[in-house]
Design a protein around this ligand. Structure first.
Ligand code: ATP
Ligand code: MG
Ligand code: FE
Length: 341
Protein backbone atom coordinates (compact mmCIF):
# COMPACT_ATOMS: atom_id res chain seq x y z
CA UNK A 1 0.00 0.00 0.00
CA UNK A 2 1.45 3.38 -1.09
CA UNK A 3 1.14 6.19 1.44
CA UNK A 4 2.05 9.80 0.78
CA UNK A 5 3.15 11.46 4.05
CA UNK A 6 3.14 15.23 4.51
CA UNK A 7 4.79 17.07 7.45
CA UNK A 8 4.72 20.81 8.19
CA UNK A 9 4.46 21.14 11.98
CA UNK A 10 7.53 23.34 12.51
CA UNK A 11 10.23 24.55 10.14
CA UNK A 12 10.59 21.62 7.75
CA UNK A 13 8.28 21.15 4.79
CA UNK A 14 8.55 17.44 4.11
CA UNK A 15 6.91 14.72 2.04
CA UNK A 16 7.58 11.06 1.43
CA UNK A 17 6.14 8.04 -0.31
CA UNK A 18 6.39 4.81 1.68
CA UNK A 19 5.06 1.30 1.07
CA UNK A 20 3.40 -0.57 3.95
CA UNK A 21 4.92 1.64 6.62
CA UNK A 22 8.49 0.40 6.26
CA UNK A 23 9.76 0.73 2.72
CA UNK A 24 10.70 4.35 1.96
CA UNK A 25 10.53 5.20 -1.74
CA UNK A 26 11.25 8.93 -1.36
CA UNK A 27 11.95 11.39 1.45
CA UNK A 28 12.09 15.09 0.57
CA UNK A 29 12.83 17.61 3.33
CA UNK A 30 12.92 21.34 2.65
CA UNK A 31 14.40 23.04 5.70
CA UNK A 32 13.88 26.70 6.56
CA UNK A 33 16.67 26.78 9.12
CA UNK A 34 18.87 29.25 7.25
CA UNK A 35 16.13 31.87 7.42
CA UNK A 36 15.07 31.27 11.04
CA UNK A 37 18.73 31.32 12.10
CA UNK A 38 18.74 35.08 11.53
CA UNK A 39 16.26 35.43 14.41
CA UNK A 40 17.74 32.84 16.78
CA UNK A 41 14.68 30.59 16.61
CA UNK A 42 11.65 29.65 14.53
CA UNK A 43 9.46 32.63 13.60
CA UNK A 44 5.95 31.14 13.23
CA UNK A 45 4.69 33.58 10.58
CA UNK A 46 7.75 33.00 8.40
CA UNK A 47 7.38 29.23 8.83
CA UNK A 48 3.75 29.32 7.63
CA UNK A 49 4.61 31.41 4.58
CA UNK A 50 7.47 29.17 3.54
CA UNK A 51 5.31 26.06 3.95
CA UNK A 52 2.72 27.66 1.64
CA UNK A 53 5.40 28.34 -0.96
CA UNK A 54 7.10 24.94 -0.67
CA UNK A 55 4.45 22.32 -0.02
CA UNK A 56 3.39 21.72 -3.64
CA UNK A 57 6.96 21.46 -4.91
CA UNK A 58 8.02 19.16 -2.07
CA UNK A 59 5.06 16.79 -2.63
CA UNK A 60 5.67 16.74 -6.40
CA UNK A 61 9.34 15.95 -5.80
CA UNK A 62 8.44 13.13 -3.39
CA UNK A 63 6.18 11.56 -6.06
CA UNK A 64 8.86 12.02 -8.74
CA UNK A 65 11.63 10.53 -6.59
CA UNK A 66 9.42 7.53 -5.77
CA UNK A 67 8.56 7.17 -9.47
CA UNK A 68 4.85 6.97 -8.75
CA UNK A 69 1.94 9.06 -9.93
CA UNK A 70 -0.69 10.53 -7.64
CA UNK A 71 -3.12 7.92 -9.00
CA UNK A 72 -0.96 5.13 -7.56
CA UNK A 73 -1.11 6.58 -4.03
CA UNK A 74 -3.55 4.68 -1.80
CA UNK A 75 -3.83 7.15 1.10
CA UNK A 76 -2.62 10.61 2.13
CA UNK A 77 -1.21 10.96 5.66
CA UNK A 78 -0.61 14.34 7.25
CA UNK A 79 0.65 15.73 10.56
CA UNK A 80 -2.35 17.47 12.19
CA UNK A 81 -0.98 17.94 15.76
CA UNK A 82 0.93 19.15 17.73
CA UNK A 83 3.03 22.05 16.45
CA UNK A 84 2.82 25.64 15.27
CA UNK A 85 -0.81 26.13 14.33
CA UNK A 86 -0.18 28.20 11.20
CA UNK A 87 2.46 25.76 10.03
CA UNK A 88 0.28 22.69 10.67
CA UNK A 89 -2.65 24.28 8.85
CA UNK A 90 -0.68 24.47 5.61
CA UNK A 91 -0.03 20.72 5.53
CA UNK A 92 -3.53 19.84 6.73
CA UNK A 93 -5.25 22.12 4.19
CA UNK A 94 -3.05 20.88 1.37
CA UNK A 95 -3.61 17.22 2.27
CA UNK A 96 -7.36 17.76 2.65
CA UNK A 97 -7.56 19.41 -0.76
CA UNK A 98 -5.55 16.63 -2.35
CA UNK A 99 -7.65 13.91 -0.69
CA UNK A 100 -10.93 15.53 -1.69
CA UNK A 101 -9.82 16.15 -5.26
CA UNK A 102 -8.60 12.59 -5.76
CA UNK A 103 -11.12 10.75 -3.59
CA UNK A 104 -8.28 9.11 -1.61
CA UNK A 105 -8.50 8.48 2.14
CA UNK A 106 -7.00 11.15 4.40
CA UNK A 107 -5.16 9.87 7.48
CA UNK A 108 -4.29 12.25 10.35
CA UNK A 109 -0.98 11.60 12.15
CA UNK A 110 0.18 12.88 15.55
CA UNK A 111 3.69 14.30 15.09
CA UNK A 112 5.20 12.54 18.11
CA UNK A 113 3.79 9.17 17.02
CA UNK A 114 5.54 9.90 13.72
CA UNK A 115 8.88 10.40 15.48
CA UNK A 116 8.37 7.04 17.22
CA UNK A 117 7.46 5.36 13.90
CA UNK A 118 10.84 6.32 12.41
CA UNK A 119 12.02 3.24 14.30
CA UNK A 120 9.81 0.87 12.27
CA UNK A 121 11.54 2.05 9.12
CA UNK A 122 14.98 1.37 10.50
CA UNK A 123 14.10 -1.82 12.41
CA UNK A 124 11.56 -4.05 10.65
CA UNK A 125 11.61 -6.46 13.60
CA UNK A 126 10.38 -3.87 16.12
CA UNK A 127 6.83 -4.53 17.30
CA UNK A 128 4.90 -3.02 20.24
CA UNK A 129 4.77 -3.20 23.17
CA UNK A 130 8.00 -1.38 24.02
CA UNK A 131 9.17 1.72 25.87
CA UNK A 132 10.20 4.79 23.88
CA UNK A 133 12.16 7.86 24.88
CA UNK A 134 11.05 10.81 22.75
CA UNK A 135 13.37 13.81 23.00
CA UNK A 136 12.90 16.61 20.50
CA UNK A 137 12.78 20.39 20.19
CA UNK A 138 9.43 20.69 21.96
CA UNK A 139 8.95 17.38 23.81
CA UNK A 140 10.71 15.08 26.25
CA UNK A 141 8.59 12.07 27.05
CA UNK A 142 8.98 8.49 28.16
CA UNK A 143 6.18 6.66 26.40
CA UNK A 144 4.75 3.19 26.67
CA UNK A 145 3.98 2.14 23.10
CA UNK A 146 1.17 -0.34 23.70
CA UNK A 147 0.28 -0.87 20.06
CA UNK A 148 1.12 0.97 16.85
CA UNK A 149 -1.65 3.46 17.66
CA UNK A 150 -1.99 3.45 21.47
CA UNK A 151 0.37 5.31 23.75
CA UNK A 152 0.72 6.08 27.45
CA UNK A 153 2.98 8.83 28.75
CA UNK A 154 4.96 7.46 31.72
CA UNK A 155 7.20 10.46 32.29
CA UNK A 156 7.68 13.92 30.88
CA UNK A 157 9.63 17.09 31.34
CA UNK A 158 8.06 19.47 33.81
CA UNK A 159 9.46 22.51 31.98
CA UNK A 160 11.78 22.76 28.96
CA UNK A 161 12.30 20.01 26.41
CA UNK A 162 15.78 18.50 26.13
CA UNK A 163 16.17 20.02 22.65
CA UNK A 164 15.26 23.45 23.97
CA UNK A 165 17.91 23.07 26.66
CA UNK A 166 20.52 22.08 24.05
CA UNK A 167 19.54 25.06 21.88
CA UNK A 168 19.56 27.63 24.72
CA UNK A 169 22.90 26.41 26.06
CA UNK A 170 24.27 26.52 22.51
CA UNK A 171 23.20 30.14 22.23
CA UNK A 172 25.18 30.98 25.37
CA UNK A 173 28.19 29.36 23.70
CA UNK A 174 27.67 31.54 20.62
CA UNK A 175 26.39 28.81 18.29
CA UNK A 176 23.64 29.52 15.74
CA UNK A 177 20.11 28.08 15.98
CA UNK A 178 19.43 25.17 16.22
CA UNK A 179 22.47 24.62 18.40
CA UNK A 180 22.11 20.98 19.45
CA UNK A 181 24.27 19.72 16.63
CA UNK A 182 26.96 22.36 17.38
CA UNK A 183 27.12 21.28 21.03
CA UNK A 184 27.48 17.71 19.80
CA UNK A 185 30.44 18.69 17.62
CA UNK A 186 32.14 20.88 20.25
CA UNK A 187 31.66 18.22 22.93
CA UNK A 188 33.96 15.82 21.09
CA UNK A 189 36.96 17.92 22.16
CA UNK A 190 35.72 18.59 25.69
CA UNK A 191 35.80 17.06 29.14
CA UNK A 192 32.30 15.95 30.27
CA UNK A 193 33.32 16.59 33.88
CA UNK A 194 34.88 19.95 32.96
CA UNK A 195 32.10 21.95 34.60
CA UNK A 196 30.10 20.93 37.64
CA UNK A 197 26.51 21.42 36.48
CA UNK A 198 23.39 20.78 38.57
CA UNK A 199 21.36 17.62 38.18
CA UNK A 200 17.78 18.83 38.63
CA UNK A 201 15.44 16.47 40.41
CA UNK A 202 11.67 16.42 40.27
CA UNK A 203 9.33 15.63 43.13
CA UNK A 204 6.22 13.55 42.66
CA UNK A 205 7.16 11.21 39.83
CA UNK A 206 10.08 8.85 39.39
CA UNK A 207 10.12 9.35 35.63
CA UNK A 208 9.52 13.09 35.17
CA UNK A 209 12.42 15.30 34.15
CA UNK A 210 13.43 18.96 34.36
CA UNK A 211 15.82 20.84 32.11
CA UNK A 212 15.20 24.51 32.89
CA UNK A 213 17.48 24.49 35.95
CA UNK A 214 20.35 23.20 33.86
CA UNK A 215 19.71 25.87 31.22
CA UNK A 216 19.66 28.63 33.86
CA UNK A 217 22.85 27.32 35.47
CA UNK A 218 24.66 27.50 32.12
CA UNK A 219 23.35 31.01 31.43
CA UNK A 220 24.49 32.18 34.91
CA UNK A 221 27.83 30.50 34.56
CA UNK A 222 28.49 32.33 31.27
CA UNK A 223 27.25 35.62 32.71
CA UNK A 224 29.51 35.35 35.78
CA UNK A 225 32.51 34.41 33.66
CA UNK A 226 31.93 37.44 31.44
CA UNK A 227 31.63 39.75 34.45
CA UNK A 228 34.91 38.47 35.83
CA UNK A 229 36.55 38.77 32.43
CA UNK A 230 37.20 35.02 32.34
CA UNK A 231 36.80 33.08 29.12
CA UNK A 232 34.57 30.02 28.88
CA UNK A 233 36.07 26.66 28.06
CA UNK A 234 33.56 26.07 25.25
CA UNK A 235 34.38 22.44 24.51
CA UNK A 236 34.28 21.51 28.22
CA UNK A 237 30.97 23.31 28.74
CA UNK A 238 29.44 21.68 25.64
CA UNK A 239 30.64 18.25 26.80
CA UNK A 240 29.35 18.85 30.34
CA UNK A 241 25.89 19.96 29.15
CA UNK A 242 25.63 17.01 26.78
CA UNK A 243 26.79 14.60 29.47
CA UNK A 244 24.16 15.93 31.90
CA UNK A 245 21.25 15.83 29.44
CA UNK A 246 22.22 12.37 28.14
CA UNK A 247 22.55 11.13 31.73
CA UNK A 248 19.13 12.42 32.79
CA UNK A 249 17.31 11.05 29.74
CA UNK A 250 19.01 7.67 30.06
CA UNK A 251 18.57 7.33 33.80
CA UNK A 252 14.81 8.02 33.68
CA UNK A 253 14.26 5.77 30.68
CA UNK A 254 16.13 2.89 32.30
CA UNK A 255 14.25 3.32 35.58
CA UNK A 256 10.90 3.21 33.75
CA UNK A 257 11.96 0.15 31.73
CA UNK A 258 13.09 -1.68 34.84
CA UNK A 259 9.97 -0.86 36.87
CA UNK A 260 7.52 -1.61 34.06
CA UNK A 261 9.35 -4.71 32.87
CA UNK A 262 10.22 -3.58 29.34
CA UNK A 263 13.28 -5.12 27.72
CA UNK A 264 12.83 -3.42 24.36
CA UNK A 265 13.67 0.29 24.36
CA UNK A 266 13.41 2.75 21.49
CA UNK A 267 14.55 6.34 21.14
CA UNK A 268 13.08 9.00 18.86
CA UNK A 269 13.14 12.72 18.04
CA UNK A 270 15.84 15.18 17.00
CA UNK A 271 17.79 14.97 20.27
CA UNK A 272 18.27 11.24 19.75
CA UNK A 273 20.66 12.22 16.95
CA UNK A 274 23.01 13.37 19.72
CA UNK A 275 26.20 11.33 20.05
CA UNK A 276 26.22 11.51 23.85
CA UNK A 277 22.56 10.49 24.14
CA UNK A 278 23.04 7.56 21.76
CA UNK A 279 26.16 6.44 23.58
CA UNK A 280 24.64 6.68 27.07
CA UNK A 281 21.53 4.76 26.00
CA UNK A 282 23.60 2.12 24.20
CA UNK A 283 25.86 1.56 27.20
CA UNK A 284 22.96 1.40 29.68
CA UNK A 285 20.95 -1.00 27.51
CA UNK A 286 23.99 -3.22 26.88
CA UNK A 287 24.62 -3.39 30.60
CA UNK A 288 21.00 -4.21 31.44
CA UNK A 289 20.65 -6.70 28.57
CA UNK A 290 17.89 -4.66 26.87
CA UNK A 291 17.50 -4.31 23.11
CA UNK A 292 17.83 -0.70 21.96
CA UNK A 293 16.26 0.64 18.77
CA UNK A 294 17.23 4.03 17.36
CA UNK A 295 16.47 5.59 13.98
CA UNK A 296 19.41 6.52 11.73
CA UNK A 297 20.44 10.17 12.14
CA UNK A 298 18.61 11.10 8.94
CA UNK A 299 15.25 10.04 10.42
CA UNK A 300 15.66 11.56 13.91
CA UNK A 301 14.64 15.09 12.90
CA UNK A 302 11.36 16.03 11.21
CA UNK A 303 10.67 14.21 7.95
CA UNK A 304 7.78 12.93 5.83
CA UNK A 305 8.83 9.28 5.90
CA UNK A 306 7.97 8.91 9.58
CA UNK A 307 4.52 10.41 8.87
CA UNK A 308 3.95 8.08 5.91
CA UNK A 309 5.02 5.15 8.10
CA UNK A 310 2.78 6.00 11.06
CA UNK A 311 0.05 6.89 8.53
CA UNK A 312 0.03 3.27 7.41
CA UNK A 313 -0.63 2.00 10.93
CA UNK A 314 -3.27 4.69 11.54
CA UNK A 315 -4.92 3.68 8.27
CA UNK A 316 -5.03 0.04 9.37
CA UNK A 317 -6.57 1.16 12.69
CA UNK A 318 -9.32 2.95 10.78
CA UNK A 319 -8.30 6.52 11.55
CA UNK A 320 -9.62 8.89 8.93
CA UNK A 321 -9.87 12.64 8.50
CA UNK A 322 -12.73 14.27 6.65
CA UNK A 323 -13.30 17.81 5.42
CA UNK A 324 -13.75 18.83 9.07
CA UNK A 325 -10.21 17.75 10.06
CA UNK A 326 -8.47 20.63 11.81
CA UNK A 327 -4.93 21.29 12.94
CA UNK A 328 -4.38 21.22 16.72
CA UNK A 329 -1.45 23.08 18.30
CA UNK A 330 -1.40 21.11 21.56
CA UNK A 331 -2.60 17.52 21.83
CA UNK A 332 -1.32 14.72 24.03
CA UNK A 333 -0.25 11.55 22.23
CA UNK A 334 -2.62 9.73 24.63
CA UNK A 335 -5.64 11.52 23.14
CA UNK A 336 -5.19 10.78 19.44
CA UNK A 337 -8.15 8.42 19.12
CA UNK A 338 -10.44 10.66 21.17
CA UNK A 339 -10.14 13.65 18.90
CA UNK A 340 -10.64 11.73 15.67
CA UNK A 341 -14.00 10.19 16.54
P1 ATP B 1 8.77 18.52 18.27
O1 ATP B 1 9.06 17.25 17.55
O2 ATP B 1 8.83 18.38 19.75
O3 ATP B 1 7.55 19.19 17.78
P2 ATP B 1 10.83 19.62 16.61
O4 ATP B 1 10.09 18.91 15.53
O5 ATP B 1 11.29 21.00 16.38
O6 ATP B 1 9.98 19.54 17.95
P3 ATP B 1 12.91 17.78 16.12
O7 ATP B 1 13.02 18.22 14.72
O8 ATP B 1 12.52 16.39 16.40
O9 ATP B 1 12.06 18.75 17.00
O10 ATP B 1 14.34 18.02 16.82
C1 ATP B 1 14.96 19.27 16.80
C2 ATP B 1 15.77 19.40 18.06
O11 ATP B 1 16.78 18.40 18.08
C3 ATP B 1 16.47 20.74 18.18
O12 ATP B 1 16.32 21.21 19.50
C4 ATP B 1 17.91 20.40 17.87
O13 ATP B 1 18.87 21.24 18.47
C5 ATP B 1 18.00 19.01 18.44
N1 ATP B 1 19.12 18.27 17.85
C6 ATP B 1 19.31 17.88 16.58
N2 ATP B 1 20.50 17.25 16.43
C7 ATP B 1 21.07 17.24 17.66
C8 ATP B 1 22.28 16.73 18.18
N3 ATP B 1 23.16 16.10 17.41
N4 ATP B 1 22.52 16.92 19.50
C9 ATP B 1 21.62 17.53 20.30
N5 ATP B 1 20.45 18.04 19.86
C10 ATP B 1 20.19 17.89 18.57
MG1 MG C 1 12.95 21.54 12.74
FE1 FE D 1 9.61 16.95 15.57
Amino acid sequence: MYILGIESSCDETAASVAVDGRDIRSNVVSSQIEEHKLYGGVVPEIASRRHCENVLGVVRQALRDAEVTLEQIDAIAVTYAPGLIGALLVGVSFAKGLAMATGKPLVPVHHISGHIAANYIAHPSLEPPYLCLVASGGHSHIIEVRSHTEFRVIGRTRDDAAGECFDKCARVLGFPYPGGVHIDRAAREGNPEGYALPRPTVAGSAYDMSFSGLKTAVINLAHNARQKGESLRSADLAASVQHRIAGMLTEKTMAAARDLGYRAIAAAGGVCANTGVRQALTEACDKAGYTLYMPPLSLCGDNGAMIACQGYFNYLAGMRGGPELNAIATLSIEDIGERLK
